[in-house]
Design a protein around this ligand. Structure first.
Ligand code: ADP
Ligand code: MG
Length: 683
């Protein structure tokens, strides 16, 4: 017996359901349906109404109909492979039920002679007689047949009938949970309970009723639980007391004045926000979000500088060595000579590395640069005060939380990402952190002109490239993987390389999935040094690296990428002082919708606007272009259509935070909606 008010029943294994054996369990597990709660989101796609019954004389051929009949006579053939037949009738006529591949015993059981049976299926006419072939809906209990039967997008091997059966079972046993929402929230959804909402959700007549209260309530539950978990993490980190840093404004000004450009307003604003955090006695856990080329690096280096001046050490990590080196070189250029900077690389000699580690421990090094691997390794600092992580968008909430724990209490954390995403998604993905946004780009930015070209116009592109090469400019040529699932499928890039290499001998290099990290660094480094002109690649060229001499990016098969991704790729060029060009190649003419999307890209160079508009056109499903980003996929909530619910949840969280309200009543919500592992201690 399960406790009717206990949510834990919903987290039970599927095998406790009647009619669900190992086979079905395994099939469902493949679809990431592991417990009863997961099954609640398997929704009907459509339904067949079998509630009305007909008499035989009124049957309509070709339609699904329900009738109550009496089996009169078995016609079992002597010859194998012929179907079994049962002659049935009502007071108005006769019909044959025909079964292929069936056992006589089974038929005798489901269609006992001279007993009323209700049966439903598509009616056929054969040799002037009505016929039902392999009917699936048969029962002596007419109430089991005469109703609407939901259809589901079927998992291989699980029939509609099985789904109906197990979902009906779950709905009938649904526990009545104590309400977790406050009265003023519940009122917005006409006070419908969670339990009633689930029941409504599964009713045939409610398919597609996204605006109804039950749907909205459940969508809100999802959003709210995500935000609540984020809020708890944020609160916990904020509670950590640290030794505050003392910002030396004079030195900061001096550094800024010696730069060969002026900081934008947003850069100054974010420097201030970070300084406030550094100088407070609460731990900083902040995300610096800004479009490609918005100038995040310098902001982070100023924070590093301030931290060092306050007597602490800093670790700055980037996704690749070449990017780490670029940051290191920039710091060397702008920091005073008396600071000790170090770069740890995979290529560093063992002896040098050992020395570096010793120097970190004795505080002879003020700031160390390296790849993200720095944070996994056993590296000890004397007095680490700030961790900066560049381009961290692949970290999920869990990894970030670990990172914040790693540096110790006195260590502040600054993450940077160039993935502009709509606000509703930012709240969802990064709600555990404080947020600084750089919206405005440096004014001196060069234009990137964006064109689309059909593939058969490649001659034009080659001509264009020739001209650029004559001007000593460099070119990126991106060939997406033909088949994403086969990571090594880079034949298109190899072919393109061979093709271009014939036209431009010794001027072309190739990067693809099989290139080793060392080779890759070598090639990128040579490209940076302008030792060759065209870089062909399958993989996305590392984000963040400045190739000031690259002025053209050509993206083949551009419809393989999301707009935000195209925008990121485009951001690889236009980083020097020359105008740049982005050419999107397409195999065939664009559909109207695709044209609309590409026009967004052509008309804007603001990643936030692009992602917002793209999401409106496409929905948010693959807006990020990287599904493995660690973001939890909502089952019902939709950041485009439910903006009001996102805002409602945001306000409610603020209210709870301000009043410091006890959140224990939300325990079932958090446990059910599955993020509880992060904040185990609250639940
Ligand atoms: P991202 O935000 O993508 O990491 P970067 O920090 O790499 O951008 O900056 C891109 C380029 O813009 C760098 O070459 C950097 O020196 C330059 N830059 C940064 N801030 C400014 C500014 N205020 N004015 C002009 N150029 C700037
Ligand atoms: Mg960057």
């Amino acid at each position: 017996m399960h406790n009717k008010s206990n949510y834990k029943y919903l987290l039970s294994d599927l095998s406790i359901l009647k009619g669900v054996g190992t086979k079905t369990t395994n099939l469902l597990k493949k679809k990431k349906i592991n417990n009863i709660f997961d099954l609640l989101w398997k929704l009907p796609k459509s339904y067949t109404d079998r509630s009305l019954s007909s008499k035989i004389k009124d049957l309509r051929v070709g339609e699904n109909q329900t009738l109550t009949i009496v089996p009169k006579k078995y016609l079992f053939p002597r010859v194998r492979n012929l179907p079994n037949k049962v002659l049935c009738s009502d007071e108005t006529g006769e019909i044959d039920c025909v079964f292929f591949n069936s056992y006589e015993g089974y038929i005798r059981k489901i269609l006992p002679l001279n007993k009323e049976v209700t049966i439903s299926g598509k009616i056929k006419r054969y040799k002037n007689k009505y016929q039902l072939t392999n009917p699936k809906y048969i029962s002596e209990d007419s109430s089991l047949i005469k109703k609407s039967h939901n259809t589901y997008s079927l998992t291989d091997g699980i029939s509609e009938k099985v789904y109906n059966k197990i979902i009906t079972q779950i709905i009938n046993k649904l526990p009545i949970l104590n309400e977790w929402h406050s009265k003023h929230i519940l009122k917005k959804f006409d006070n419908i309970s969670w339990n009633d909402s689930i029941k409504e959700l599964h009713k045939s007549e409610n398919i597609g009723e996204y605006k109804k209260n039950f749907y909205q309530r459940l969508a809100y539950d999802e959003i709210f639980s995500t935000f609540l978990v984020n809020s708890e993490i944020r609160k916990k980190i904020k509670k950590i007391k640290k030794k505050n840093k003392i910002i030396n404004i004079k030195r900061q000004l001096n550094l800024i004045n010696n730069l060969d450009f002026t900081l934008t307003k947003d850069q100054l604003k974010t420097v201030d926000e970070i300084n406030n955090d550094l100088s407070s006695s609460n731990k900083m856990f902040r995300l610096l979000q800004g479009d490609v080329g918005s100038g995040k690096t310098i902001v982070s280096l100023i924070s590093a500088f301030n931290t060092i001046n306050s007597g602490f050490q800093v670790a700055l990590m980037a996704p690749t060595e070449i990017l780490a080196r670029q940051h290191f070189n920039l710091a060397k250029k702008i920091f005073p000579k008396n600071l000790n900077l170090e770069l740890i690389s995979g290529k560093s000699k063992y002896k040098d590395k050992k020395k570096s580690l010793e120097n970190l421990l004795s505080h002879k090094i003020d700031i160390i640069f390296g790849t993200h691997a720095l944070f996994q390794k056993k590296i000890f600092f004397k007095k680490l005060g700030l961790i900066i992580i560049d381009e961290q968008h692949k970290f999920g909430v869990n990894q970030r939380k670990k990172l914040s724990d790693k540096g110790g209490d006195d260590c502040d954390v600054l993450l940077m990402t160039a993935t502009p995403i709509p606000r509703t998604l930012t709240m969802t993905m990064y709600g555990d952190m404080d947020l600084s946004i750089i919206r405005e780009k440096p004014k001196a930015r060069k234009v990137i002109k964006t064109y689309s070209k059909l593939e058969n116009k490649i001659e034009d592109i080659i001509k264009f490239i020739k001209k650029e090469i004559d001007l000593n400019n460099q070119i990126f040529w991106v060939c997406p993987l033909i088949d994403e699932s086969k990571k090594l499928n880079h034949s298109s890039a190899v072919k393109k390389f061979e093709f271009l290499n014939k036209l431009f001998p010794n001027q072309v290099s190739l990067l693809h999935g099989k290139t080793t990290p060392d080779e890759k660094e070598f090639i990128l480094d040579n490209f940076l040094k302008n030792k060759f002109k065209i870089l062909v690649s399958t993989t996305i060229i590392e984000v963040g690296i400045d190739f000031p001499n690259a002025t053209v990016i050509i993206i083949e098969n551009a419809n393989k990428f999301g707009l935000s991704q195209l925008h990121q790729l485009r951001g690889r060029v236009g980083r020097g002082n020359k105008d740049s060009t982005c050419i999107l190649m397409f195999k065939s003419n664009l559909s109207e919708n695709a044209k609309k999307r590409i026009n967004i890209l052509k008309n804007s160079n603001d990643g936030f606007i692009i992602s917002e508009k793209d999401m409106k056109i496409r929905g948010f499903g693959d807006i990020l272009g990287f599904k493995q980003s660690g973001i939890k996929n909502f089952k019902l909530a939709d950041p485009v259509h439910n903006i009001d619910l996102f805002l409602l949840a945001e306000n409610e969280i603020k209210r709870i935070e301000n009043l410091n309200e006890d959140i224990s009543k939300y325990k079932p919500l958090i446990k059910l909606y599955d993020r509880a592992d992060i904040i185990n201690d609250i639940a």
